[in-house]
Design a protein around this ligand. Structure first.
Ligand SMILES: Nc1ncnc2c1ncn2[C@@H]1O[C@H](COP(=O)(O)OP(=O)(O)OP(=O)(O)O)[C@@H](O)[C@H]1O
Ligand SMILES: [Mn+2]
Length: 292
């Protein structure tokens, strides 16, 4: 039996022994999933009834093939990330899409030719991610479109944290709220790159533009239905009593402050460390460390 099969069978046996709720398989080409199918054909008992099988791939062809399979496929750009940050990113994607619930136990498996069992199989508990759980509870209380806009901005922040720009780390701020209020509380540092453009955050071209423009100073303004209507905006409000951990500077204080003054959500990406933070009502609601 070739090495990948051992790793996957080992992962499935572990999920069985632990009575896991979910098995999360990572595959680029889809070959690990093919191996999984062969193994369960030979040992059907390895997949307990009710076990959720999720297959994550960065390859869109593989993703479309998986869509016809009796599993949950997810397309996520994890590239050459470390296994730990890939699993972290997958947890965020799965929680965002409601594929995982609080209290669940997950066994994640990377089928790979370079067998280093050490980081090919990991056991994760959703509750080990209190930030995710807190954020998950908050985000699931929002109406559908608002939730999707915030998650999309978060995704862009997380991808930017992993990718940087021209090989360098970037920092930026996304403010999601009511247009007139956000415009009132911010001033333009540059001519508005989104002026007279119909820019919707879900549009791939807009996502690319936001990533490209993340190198400029200031914040992006997005309304609750996803229109990106401002960029390079300076948050012009201070004086609120804000308590943040040491080491955070003006980007984070301004993001926290504006969420204290008006009803909006701020998402920051720190240029020093790549941590993505979500602010609501002057506090850090969640921190995501995609590169940890
Ligand atoms: N009031 C503000 N409104 C919008 N953007 C701001 C504001 N203050 C700072 N920034 C942005 O944050 C960038 C970094 O500033 P600073 O280093 O003080 O923040 P920080 O919280 O330490 O963030 P980082 O962790 O990214 O360094 C600035 O170059 C600017 O682009
Ligand atoms: Mn700084």
């Amino acid at each position: 039996m070739d090495k990948i099969k051992y790793v996957i069978r080992h992962g499935l046996e572990l999920s069985n022994d632990l009575n896991a709720d979910t098995v999360l398989i990572f595959t680029e080409s889809g070959s690990s999933y093919e191996q999984y199918k062969k193994i369960i054909l030979e040992n059907p008992k390895l997949v307990k009834t009710g076990l959720k099988v999720i297959v994550a791939t960065p390859n869109s062809d593989t993703y479309f093939k998986l869509k016809n399979e009796p599993i949950i496929p997810i397309l996520m750009n994890y590239g050459k990330n470390s296994r730990v940050s890939t699993v972290n990113q997958a947890m965020i994607v799965l929680l965002e899409n409601g594929f995982l619930n609080i209290g669940e136990l997950i066994v994640s498996i990377f089928g790979t030719s370079k067998v280093s069992i050490s980081n090919n199989i990991s056991v994760l508990e959703v509750d080990d991610y209190p930030d995710f759980v807190r954020f998950y509870n908050y985000i699931s209380s929002l109406d559908d479109i608002k939730r999707k806009v915030i998650l999309e901005a978060l995704n862009i922040g997380i991808e930017l944290s992993v990718e940087g720009r021209e090989g360098k780390p970037v920092g930026t701020t996304f403010l999601i709220g009511e247009k007139t209020e956000l415009l009132k509380m911010t001033t333009p540092l540059i001519l508005n790159p989104f002026e007279c453009h119909d820019a919707i955050i879900f549009d791939k071209k807009v996502k690319g533009t936001l990533k490209e423009l993340s190198t400029i100073d200031g914040a992006f303004l997005i309304d609750y239905i996803g229109n990106v209507f401002g960029g390079g905006r300076y948050i012009n409000c201070g004086g609120a009593k804000i308590n943040l951990p040491h080491g955070l500077g003006a980007r984070h204080y301004s993001a926290a402050t504006i969420t204290k003054y008006i009803d909006c959500v701020a998402i920051t990406l720190s240029a020093s460390g790549g941590i993505v933070r979500v602010f609501d009502n002057g506090e850090i609601l969640a921190e995501f460390k995609p590169n940890s």
